[in-house]
Ligand binder design. Structure first.
Ligand SMILES: [Cu+2]
Length: 124
């Protein structure tokens, strides 16, 4: 039972540093990815999916972009109109393989952020 006690402070330190670095950014409200479906590094069954990315602030949908990269190709996904002010969403019919979603988001404060979301799709 000693392991969790030892591990917790080691994990807590980098998170504390990261939060303090993010604090000024959060105050100026540029968009940070908070949560996604599928989650990063997850595995999902093949078939139609709603990709949903939640941010910490409102985003400019007309100047934000989701690009789906599969093993052999990549394409810009049409964004769903109905997504919320802090959400990017797109439909994708996924066959088995490894994927990366490259997201690029313009927050309403005029700052651009980008990142990657990786997941694996397996045969249903
Ligand atoms: Cu900003």
């Amino acid at each position: 039972m000693r392991l969790p006690i030892v591990v917790a402070p080691i994990l807590a330190a980098p998170i504390g540093v990261a939060l303090s670095l993010l604090a000024p950014a959060a105050a100026s409200a540029h968009a940070i990815l908070m949560q996604s479906d599928p989650p990063d590094r997850s595995t999902v069954p093949a078939g139609p999916h709603n990709l949903v990315l939640h941010y910490n602030s409102r985003i400019d949908h007309t100047r934000s972009r989701l690009t789906l990269q599969g093993t052999n190709a990549q394409k810009v996904l049409p964004l769903e109109d109905s997504s919320g002010a802090d959400v990017l969403a797109a439909k994708a019919d996924l066959s088995p393989g490894d994927y990366v979603v490259h997201w690029q988001v313009l927050a309403t404060d005029g700052h651009l952020t980008r990142g990657d979301l990786r997941f694996r799709v397996t045969a249903p």
